[in-house]
Ligand binder design. Structure first.
Ligand SMILES: Cc1cc2nc3c(=O)[nH]c(=O)nc-3n(C[C@H](O)[C@H](O)[C@H](O)COP(=O)(O)OP(=O)(O)OC[C@H]3O[C@@H](n4cnc5c(N)ncnc54)[C@H](O)[C@@H]3O)c2cc1C
Length: 508
């Protein structure tokens, strides 16, 4: 996208990076009448929330499932606040997910939590009362979270009100997903089933912070999972439209090379390739905090800040294969109500995670998933054709240091392994592949600059999650802020859009 945009010399707020966190916050601030500039290095907006095309196929880079964006639902309020409700269409997933592990085969249907619970009762009859109690409390906790996130009160008042009105946020702030579940059941198998979607959060239930997981856990089951018609690029483009129609500017293909901080320790603006120096009193960063430090200058931060930043653990990366087929999914026997299928081996999530970190995938050691894209959105390819995605989490280990040849080989090898796995589920799949593309940890870094190809910002463990422990949205430099996956509440489409809302509620 070649742009010839006029950039002024002064803005109220400048955003570095045009991922969902930035675009959401910028759209809200622009609607309040502030003059905003969003600058990204890529030639399309959205960060991970983008599309790419190959031949007759359009692929969504990242979105597997967007939780809760149904009119009337809490998550949908973010869509309304960002001004895109009439610009994007959400397509519901008939099956939220289909989970297979050994003899357990569960299909969570769209917005049918009672049916889901009944399936759990079927596999764990002796746990029925515990399951009922668990969901009762998880529902109440979800309400507390929504209360905190969406209350029409000043942010500081919400903080003060938390121990009285949203008390479960504090009650469970030291719980992992596993320790929350353990309050109700000791059945390890049941706990693994309840956290079947753990790959969405990038950590096993024993390490994943309940405070982060608990919102989408219930939001997915109660309000459903969705794709964006036409792919997530449509959402990113719609956010750009809102920003620009409210007087803002989104400048692409323009890496930010400097964040300017004066001798008094106050932000003054940025410099980017196509804009030159631009001034603003406030700069919001949507890039990794490590990159922020190097753009600002290491010496501008106290040693304590560096120690804190260095201690932060990055989330795991992922490997995604995108396939274009010359036939309909139904021709290959894929049922039309299928959307995402998780395949899990009979191994604990922690054991799987350790293997994934080391790059030891499959061989009965690690889980993976299929997304039948065309079963939800047939606008992404020509009639008579279809597309699907294959995904595994994977550690970044040596991906970034391989030579070009080694990298190509490794990428091809893993692509082939995923296709072989998928072909066990979909006979004749291989005869119909006409487009095959893959995104590795190295691809993730190439397009977003996220270190190690991290797909979820900082890992969502107990030490790094929640209202008080997530990486702060305000830097110890006047006028400098952070938004997106690295900060509260965390990664994901709804997570990063909520980080935009939280930033605006608290500081703008
Ligand atoms: C394969 C995959 C699958 C996923 N599946 C799901 C899912 O099903 N559901 C879900 O909710 N979430 C999912 N996610 C996570 C979700 O996509 C991310 O959490 C979210 O999009 C991250 O948004 P962000 O605001 O943190 O910014 P990012 O997307 O990280 O964007 C950062 C932006 O900063 C720009 N940038 C970097 N350096 C500079 C610089 N120097 N100058 C200018 N610009 C710069 C980059 O170009 C980029 O546009 C998935 C992610 C991946 C990769």
């Amino acid at each position: 996208m070649k742009q010839t945009k006029k950039v002024d010399s002064q803005y109220d707020v400048i955003f570095v990076g045009a991922g969902l966190g930035s675009l959401s916050a910028a759209s809200m601030i622009a609607q309040k009448g502030k003059k905003v500039l969003v600058v990204d290095k890529h030639n399309i907006p959205g960060g991970y929330a983008t599309n790419f095309s190959r031949k007759d196929f359009d692929f969504d880079v990242s979105l597997h499932s967007f939780d809760g964006v149904v009119k009337g639902g809490d998550s949908y309020k973010v869509i309304e606040l960002t001004g895109v409700a009439d610009k994007v269409e959400f397509l519901s997933h008939k099956t939220l997910y289909h989970f297979q592990q050994g003899d357990i085969d569960i299909k969570a249907k769209h917005r049918d939590i009672e049916d889901y619970k009944n399936q759990l009762f079927h596999y764990f009859p002796e746990e029925k009362d515990n399951i009922i109690r668990l969901f009762k409390e998880a529902d109440k906790n979800y309400k507390d979270m929504c209360g905190f996130l969406f209350a029409k009160l000043p942010f500081w008042l919400r903080f003060l009100a938390t121990p009285f009105f949203f008390k479960r946020i504090l009650k469970y702030e030291n719980d992992t997903v596993d320790s929350f579940f353990s309050r109700f059941t000791q059945n390890e198998r049941l706990k693994a089933v309840l956290s079947a979607q753990w790959s969405y959060y990038g950590l096993p239930a024993k390490d994943l912070a309940f405070g982060y997981f608990s919102y989408p856990f219930i939001d997915y089951l109660r309000n459903g999972g969705y794709s964006i018609k036409g792919g997530s690029q449509k959402l990113s483009d719609a956010l750009v439209e809102v920003i620009e129609s409210n007087g803002g500017t989104v400048l692409l293909s323009s890496p930010v090379t400097d964040i300017i901080v004066n001798e008094k320790g106050r932000v003054e603006g940025i410099e980017s390739k196509r804009s030159g120096v631009v001034s603003a009193d406030k700069v919001v960063c949507n890039i990794s905090p490590h990159a922020v430090v190097s753009l600002v200058g290491k010496d501008k931060f106290k040693p304590r800040f560096h120690t804190k930043l260095e201690a932060q653990k990055m989330s795991i990366s992922g490997f995604q294969v995108y396939l274009g087929l010359d036939c309909n999914l139904a021709d290959l026997g894929v049922k039309e109500d299928e959307y995402i299928r998780f395949f899990a081996p009979m191994l604990s999530q922690r054991e799987q995670f350790e293997c994934l970190q080391k790059g030891e995938v499959f061989d009965g050691k690690t889980g993976w998933s299929i997304n039948y894209f065309s079963n939800v959105d047939d606008t992404l390819c020509a009639p008579g054709k279809s597309s699907l995605g294959l995904f595994t989490l994977i550690g970044s280990i040596d991906w970034h240091s391989l030579s070009k040849m080694e990298y190509r080989e490794k990428k091809q090898q893993l692509t082939q392994m995923l296709i072989d796995k998928a072909a066990e589920q979909i006979p004749n799949l291989k005869d119909h592949i006409v487009v095959c593309e893959a995104g590795s940890p190295r691809t993730m870094t190439k397009f977003t600059n996220n270190p190690g190809g991290s797909i979820y910002g900082f890992e969502q463990n107990l030490k790094q999650s929640g209202l008080f422990r997530r990486f702060p949205q305000k830097y110890p430099i006047k006028g400098l802020y952070q938004v997106g996956a690295y900060t509260f509440p965390g990664a994901g489409f709804i997570g990063t859009m909520l980080s935009g809302k939280t930033l605006v509620d608290r500081y703008f």
